[in-house]
Write a protein that binds this ligand. Structure first.
Ligand code: MLT
Length: 418
């Protein structure tokens, strides 16, 4: 008899962004004429850059010829793209120890953040910031590592609570045995952070790398938003920190930099130097394991898409990426300024396209979500959906158009006093 994975029955019935979409759609069906502005999921609004369209169009034409046809490609991605990434995203920024062989092209950061759990032993203890991108938690629940849900928290997960007091930078887990909680085996870090936009400096990140090396923990570093860093000293890659190549996997995406949310392409860096002892004490290479996993469960990203991603590394592609980022950052900065003016506590909007805020109000996140939707016709993502410590907060994205963002800001001023 088939036995379903019972971990699904422990989870909330829908994924955060699906729940938001469901509520927005229900509202829309009762109010078909209202002009709703989407400020919830981080989906981009600018069309694909011209160099990408050009490269993909050429790749489509190639695929229609005997000479240019490409069937199954390498599961880890084509060399032409892996080489460009190693050169432009690492070597050119002084990180010379990341090689094309360390880079695995993916269909986006979300899939890899979930799939990387295939590398973990069954009983590893994971640690996450709170609030946190829900994929890290949900994927471990599905894999049976999270324990039971008690008052909004999973019993086998270590939560590192953020607040406006600590700038939503997660504190290091307790290290002394007396604390009763062992050091986590896997630590998920996201910087610039989703949802709060908080970003770690290289020296703050060094504390995590040193911690992971001391405890032989593995860091999953999600840097999908690294291109939004504007401040000097803020880390764009964990490999800016010496030793990270021995304790960290880095996950990146073209979604938020180049309009690839619907195209699907990103990459994950698993350095050859990343090894951990197996049951027999022999060191196991995570790079070899990940390659084995990808060859078994993944057939690679399409040739046409990878040619499109490659075009981002031309001078015209780089200029287009800059234009996209500048446009979204201008939106995020304007949102941030407006919320600060209204007396909210705010993070993000400086090194991040997300703006995270708490109004002076006792309303919980879902009440605020309803209020914004019903009174202002603005969608948002409720902070509670990212974790207990997010309750009372709201996340807006800067990814809408400039006109819609300005209109949202105008409507926001109608809300006060809440
Ligand atoms: C977000 O809104 O947090 C992201 O767009 C979700 C994602 O990238 O999966």
């Amino acid at each position: 008899m088939f036995i379903p994975n019972i971990n699904f029955s422990k989870m909330p019935p829908s994924y955060l962004f699906s729940e938001v979409a469901r509520r927005v759609s229900a509202y829309r069906s009762h109010h078909p004429s209202v002009d709703i502005i989407r400020m919830d999921i981080g989906d981009v609004s600018l069309p694909l850059p011209e160099p990408v369209v050009h490269a993909m169009t050429k790749a489509v034409a190639d695929m229609g010829t005997y000479a240019g046809f490409h069937g199954y490609g390498p599961e880890q991605g084509y060399g032409f793209l892996r080489e460009k990434i190693a050169e432009a995203d690492y070597a050119a920024r002084g990180i010379t120890h990341i090689t094309p062989e360390d880079i695995f092209i993916s269909d986006g950061a979300k899939s890899d953040c979930g799939n990387l759990g295939d590398l973990f032993g069954h009983n590893v203890r994971i640690a996450v910031a709170d609030p946190v991108y829900p994929v890290y938690v949900d994927a471990n629940v599905i894999d049976g590592r999270a324990g039971t849900l008690e008052h909004g928290r999973w019993s086998n997960i270590t939560y590192l609570p953020g607040s406006f007091d600590n700038g939503f930078l997660p504190p290091l887990p307790a290290e002394d045995a007396a604390s009763g909680s062992p050091a986590p085996d896997v630590i998920y870090l996201c910087s610039p952070g989703n949802p709060t936009g908080a970003a770690m400096t290289v020296s703050q990140l060094k504390e995590w790398v040193d911690y992971a090396l001391r405890h032989r923990s593995l860091i999953i570093f999600d840097s999908a938003y690294e291109a939004y860093v504007t401040e000097e000293g803020v880390a764009r890659s964990i490999y800016e920190v010496e030793g990270a190549e021995r304790c960290a996997i880095e996950v990146r995406s073209f979604s938020k930099t180049a309009g690839f949310t619907g195209v699907r392409c990103g990459y994950t860096v698993v350095p050859a130097t990343l090894t951990y002892p197996g049951e027999d004490g022999e060191e196991m290479s995570l790079q070899k394991m990940w390659l084995r996993r990808q060859c078994t469960k993944f057939n690679g990203v399409g040739y046409i898409v990878q040619r499109g991603a490659e075009a981002l590394y031309t001078p015209e592609g780089q200029k287009a990426v800059r234009r996209h980022i500048d446009a979204y950052m201008a939106n995020a900065k304007a949102l941030r300024a407006s919320l600060l003016k209204h007396g909210c506590q705010v993070t993000g909007g400086v090194n991040s396209p997300y703006v995270w805020f708490k109004p002076q109000s006792d309303l919980d996140s879902w009440q605020l979500f309803d209020l914004l939707l019903d009174r202002l016709h603005l969608t948002s993502t409720p902070g509670a959906g990212f974790g207990e410590a997010g309750n009372g907060c709201i996340r807006f994205t800067g990814f809408n158009t400039s006109d819609n963002t300005q209109e949202a800001i105008r409507r926001i001023s109608d809300l006060w006093p809440i």
